[in-house]
Design a protein around this ligand. Structure first.
Ligand code: G16
Length: 567
């Protein structure tokens, strides 16, 4: 039977501008008539352009509420728009790293033109929670600004979309489904979302050695691992890798069943939202802990007794021990990179190793060009993202395995590894204050007020708790991509002090309601400063935080006396 295409008249929605990583909104917004269809039509036109006809795409998401419905819409629109083949994860499920890996690998010898990922990442899910749609390009990475701007432009002018209303595809069953759409062949391959990714991890890491670490064969005592998937997408990957391949105890793998509402939780692996893991870790029964976010690209690393590794330190420690990972042993290790608000611990490692280091705006999409050009192979962000050029997304499970591999090689504790790192390089103490869901106009006023004041502050002395800081420079961060020359402006207000400390104010680009102000603060403690090297980070940074809050008039502009989350 030949299926026919219907052209549906529609009107633009004004709010379909993708943020830091795709379009994220509350579920009811995506449920408005034509809302999802409009955006998908814009993604197919703007994301694929002249490659749309005959394109091959990967589709899947983190299992959150609306994923199945949205996948259905994508299948029907793709069929109507001349896409030739979709590779859909069973039940429309895929972690974000697994999508990136599959795009790069190709499918049955065919090149893949991109992917559509259904996720709002670390934001809560459920009928009143968040949903999101993100387009990834043929390199497996999130679409760069040029592409997302094109998609947005189309959403502002869209007048119709094309859909095959009668196409029904049961993507709960693995298999190949073929359809005839007005004489053209359209194929949906429903695949196991876990298998290929696990194989990739086996190629990157030495699973035997990690298994020996966990079983106690390496050191004489068992190494106990406690992981929290927070009911997000990593559950099936973690269970397969840790339990089936590495011999970890299944009772130590927490919340591994993906749920549409993440069990009513907030799947963001930080000290606030992954408190259950932190509390369990503090009981002292486990040598290592890690948590992952909704779509599996973020990670938080803990040592015994809840010892917290900041993402900036995690990146630097992996960089310093990169040869422990077989994937890097067999190839040229190019440069490292971090997002601007991430503390500069990795810069020191790059310097010691004589390698290039890049400072990019917030957003994984800014790393893609550097990796594609072979200039950089390892990068990370303070927002709990760590990854390498094995794919073009950050990768929570990869980061956890990288740590286990390094620990297997070094045969020491997480805390000792980090503290030895500080003794060698000094410590980049870091904290982030998040003021979530504040009134948008108050947040904009605060940012405008700060930016207007910046020039007057240069050279001035600021103090709190009897500690003095002199402003060396202040600017709104701007980045020129060294590969394609594109420029990203207004990426965060930076105040840099003469002692190397700094704070940064930025508005989040991933929220779905109101505004989120992020305040990033960091300071450098040299290796010789043994009095302060191991002190509590909040105590160390308190004076600088007070200066930042005072300078920004945070309470006046937002009405908030305290942040929602402190990391
Ligand atoms: C996304 C981006 C990250 C970025 C993070 C936070 O992560 O991929 O590169 O660091 O958002 O962005 P913001 O500070 O604008 O909220 P994810 O895990 O949400 O996809």
């Amino acid at each position: 039977m030949s299926l026919s295409v219907t052209v549906v008249p529609t009107k633009p929605f004004k709010d379909q501008k993708p943020g830091t990583s795709g379009l994220r909104k509350k579920v009811p917004e995506f449920q408005q008539q034509h809302y999802t269809e409009n955006f998908i039509q814009a993604v197919l036109d703007g994301g694929l352009s002249d490659r749309k006809n005959g394109a091959v795409l990967v589709v899947g998401g983190d299992g959150r509420f609306l994923c199945m419905e949205a996948a259905n819409v994508i299948i029907k629109l793709a069929a109507a728009n001349g896409v030739s083949r979709l590779i859909v994860g069973q039940n429309a499920f895929f972690s974000t790293p697994a999508v990136s890996a599959l795009i790069r690998k190709g499918f049955e010898g065919r090149q893949i033109d991109g992917g559509i990922i259904l996720t709002a990442s670390h934001n809560p899910g459920g009928p009143r929670g968040d949903f999101g749609i993100k387009f990834n390009c043929d390199n497996g990475g999130p679409a760069p600004d040029g592409v997302t701007n094109r998609i947005y432009e189309i959403t502002t002018k869209i007048s119709e979309y094309r859909i095959v209303n009668d196409l029904q595809c049961d993507f709960t069953q693995i298999g190949r489904y073929e359809f005839n759409v007005e004489g053209r062949n359209f194929v949906v391959d429903v695949v196991d979302p876990v298998e290929d990714y696990v194989k990739l991890m086996q190629q990157i890491f030495d699973f035997d050695k990690i298994r020996q670490l966990l079983s106690g064969k390496l050191t004489g005592s068992r190494f106990k691992v406690l992981l929290d998937s927070m009911h997000g997408a990593t559950g099936p990957y973690v269970s397969t890798i840790l339990c089936d391949h590495l011999g970890a105890a299944s009772e130590d793998m927490l919340r591994t069943v993906p749920k549409p509402d993440f069990g009513n939780g907030h799947p963001d692996p930080n000290l606030t939202y992954a408190k259950a893991l932190v509390d369990r870790s503090k009981q002292g029964d486990h040598d290592f802990g890690a948590a992952f976010d909704g779509d599996g690209d973020r990670n938080m690393i803990l040592g015994r007794n809840g010892f917290f590794v900041t993402p900036s330190d995690s990146l630097a420690v992996i960089a310093d021990n990169i040869e422990a990972i077989p994937y890097f042993r067999n190839r040229r290790v190019s440069g490292f990179a971090r997002s601007m608000p991430t503390a500069g611990a990795v810069d020191l490692v790059a310097k010691a190793k004589g390698m290039e280091i890049f400072e990019t705006p917030t957003g994984w999409k800014y790393f893609g060009n550097l990796m594609d050009a072979g200039r950089m192979c390892l990068c990370g962000e303070e927002s709990f993202g760590t990854g390498s050029d094995h794919i073009r997304e950050k990768d929570g499970v990869w980061a956890m395995l990288a740590w286990l591999q390094i620990l297997a090689e070094r045969q020491t504790s997480v805390q000792n590894l980090v503290q030895m790192h500080w003794k060698k390089y000094g410590r980049n103490v870091f904290t982030r204050y998040d003021y979530e869901n504040v009134d948008g106009s108050g947040a904009n006023l605060l940012m405008n007020f700060m930016e207007a004041q910046m020039p007057a502050f240069i050279g001035r002395e600021l103090s709190a708790n009897n500690v003095k800081y002199t402003v060396a420079s202040a600017d709104n961060f701007q980045y020129k991509d060294p590969i394609d020359g594109s420029v990203a402006t207004k990426q965060g207000l930076r105040f840099l002090f003469t002692d190397g400390s700094r704070f940064v104010f930025r508005l989040s680009g991933t929220g779905s309601a109101g505004a989120t102000i992020r305040l990033y603060v960091d300071s450098y403690i040299p290796p010789g400063d043994s009095g302060r090297l191991f002190m509590d980070s909040q105590d160390l940074l308190k004076p600088l935080i007070l200066v930042a809050l005072d300078l920004s008039k945070m309470e006046q502009f937002t009405g908030r006396k305290a942040p929602t989350v402190i990391t």
